[in-house]
Ligand binder design. Structure first.
Ligand SMILES: [Zn+2]
Ligand SMILES: [Zn+2]
Length: 343
């Protein structure tokens, strides 16, 4: 099969032949229909500390059709999206981490971001059958590849509690900030203000459900939120990973607000604890998702509750992947770029 091989930090992806994965008991082989290019992939390709070795195949946001099955309840021909988690060898026969830790289990691997679990920048990908989630007939394979990033938002929202009627600040309108915007809109948030310096991304956030968008390079977050809503946010989602943002989130937040960090920041982040103490702020972190988040997102898709086409910026062929990937390291459009390995 053809696969896009990671050749180390600083080298472009290379499309080459790889053996099609062999199935183990309980696995299915999926012909990849669409796979999203994720910020985590761009990050792993640029930052050696992420530990991705040359030879790895990325791609963890995928949909496709089962073409071979070693699991009785998942027939050939089933249209699925994949939860890109591979349990440790002790837990794999159980189909899930025995301690129920999912993404945060240190023994688990993210398919497409690990050296020994190849991902879906390829014609075929192998996953455990319990990680293959069937798509309803009215959900296309294009949209199926969006379930994974939207599930990240579902998980972040689940960490914070009910959002109905709530004033929410979302910092950053990349794919995850946009996903939080879409899901919070579908869950009935009262106001949804997105802070994002890039004008194109602000425009997309407004299309996808933000009630206002502010430019943090020229507006002060706390004042701009108040001007837009007449209130302070009682929920804040930090989706940018930008240094220094956490203190801005605390300063903008209402008394007893909850702040959830979803963005990946790998550098020390100074905050003034007293500024959070005097408001009794709750600060938490959300990583990835679990199966319930996938089912929740698919259910919203089935009901037509999400503007999914507005969340896709482009679909490119497999041959265009190396150049598109390299370009996105400089100018990431914000919404999802999908690859189609069938063409
Ligand atoms: Zn991702
Ligand atoms: Zn485990």
């Amino acid at each position: 099969m053809r696969a896009a091989i990671f050749n180390g930090v600083g080298s472009p992806l290379e499309i080459a032949e790889r053996p099609t994965p062999l199935l183990r008991e309980g696995d299915v082989l999926v012909r990849v229909a669409f796979c999203g290019i994720c910020g985590s992939d761009l990050h792993a390709a640029a930052d050696a500390s992420m530990g991705l070795a040359a030879g790895a195949v990325m791609g963890h946001e995928f949909s496709g059709e089962i073409v071979e099955s070693a699991a009785p309840n998942h027939p050939v021909g089933e249209r699925i999206c994949g939860i890109p988690l591979q349990e440790c060898e002790d837990c794999r026969p159980l189909g899930a981490c025995r301690r129920g830790l999912g993404m945060v289990c240190p023994g688990n691997k993210v398919i497409g971001l690990s050296n020994s679990a190849d991902g879906a920048y390829a014609e075929f990908v192998r996953i455990g059958a319990s990680r293959a989630v069937p798509l309803p007939d009215n959900v296309s394979l294009e949209h199926g590849a969006l379930v994974e990033p939207l599930a990240v938002a579902s998980h972040a929202l689940a960490r914070i509690g009910a959002v109905s009627g709530v004033d929410i600040l979302i910092v950053g309108a990349g794919p995850i900030g946009l996903a939080v915007t879409m899901l919070a809109r579908a869950s009935g948030a009262r106001s949804l203000v997105v802070s994002e310096p890039h004008p194109g991304r602000r425009g997309r956030a407004l299309r996808l459900g933000a009630t206002a968008a502010i430019d943090p390079s020229s507006q002060e977050l706390r004042q701009a939120f108040r001007a837009a809503t007449g209130a302070s946010p009682s929920m804040v989602f930090e989706c940018s990973g930008v240094s220094g943002m956490l203190q801005h989130c605390i300063d903008a937040a209402a008394i007893r607000a909850s702040i959830v960090v979803v963005g990946v920041a790998s550098r020390p982040e100074p905050i003034i604890p007293a500024s959070a103490l005097f408001k009794e702020i709750t600060l938490s972190f959300a990583l990835g998702y679990d199966g319930a988040d996938f089912h929740h997102v698919i259910d919203l898709m089935r009901k037509g509750a999400l503007d999914l086409d507005g969340y896709i910026s482009r679909i490119v062929s497999f041959g265009e992947l190396p150049k598109t990937f390299a370009d996105m390291r400089h100018a990431n459009p914000g919404a999802k770029v999908l690859i189609d390995p069938r063409r």
